[in-house]
Design a protein around this ligand. Sequence first.
Ligand code: SF4
Length: 232
Amino acid sequence: MMEPTALPRRLHDGLERLGAALRADQWEALSKTPLNPTQAQILSFLSRRGGARVGAVAAELRVSQPTATDSIAALERKGLAERRAEPQDARATTASATARGRALAKSLESRVGATERALAALDVGEQTQLLALVVKLIRHLQREGAIAPQRMCVACRHFRPYAHADAAAPHHCAFVDAAFGDGSLRLDCADHEAAQDPEELWRQFSCGPPPGAAARETRPSAAAEPAPSGVK
Ligand code: SF4
C-alpha cells in the first residue's frame, strides 16, 4: 500500500501552489508598473509604515541589506521613494514613499487578483477560521525567526482577548476602545504597540473564551469594529 503523505507535507504542498498563484497575481499586477516584486513589497511596506531604516526593510522582507539598499535606490530613481538623514543621527537615514509612490502602492493594493477572488468565494465563517489559522502560523514562523515580527493584534498591548461575552465581537481594542470579532484581527496595524508579555497574551487568546463566556469587563455601549488608521 502506498505510504500516505504526512498531512503537514500535503498542506505545505497546497500552500506552495497558493504561493505560486499569489506570485502570478503579483506579476500580472506589476506588468504595467516600473516595479519588480521586491521593489513593490518595499514600496508597500514604506507606504504602510510611513518610513523605515534600510535595516528594518531588509528584516521585514528577509533580504540582505545590500538588496534592500539597491531596491530603495531604484525606487528613488523612479521618484517613488526618498531617503532623509535622521535629525538625531546624521549617519542614519530613513526611507519613505513619495506621494507618487504612495499612490502607486495604494492602486496596487486595491487590485483584486485571482487568489483574492478565491478567498472571497469562501463564506465568512471559513474566512474567519482561515484568518485565525494564518495568525497562528505567522506566530509560529515569528518564533522560529522565519519572518519578522508583525504588528498583529495578538501581540499588541491594546488587545484584550475575550473581554466581552458577545460571541460575535468578544475581543476589545483598548486603543480605539471598541469590541471586535475574530474576523477583524489585524495582521499589520499602524496603531500596534508591542505587548509587555506576548506569551501570556497569546495564552489568553489561544485558550478561547472563558468557561460560560462570562464577560471580563463591560462592553462599551458604542461597541463597533475598531478602525484604527492604516490597518490591513
Ligand atoms: S486593532 Fe491595532 S491597536 Fe487595536 S489591538 Fe489590534 S493591533 Fe492593537
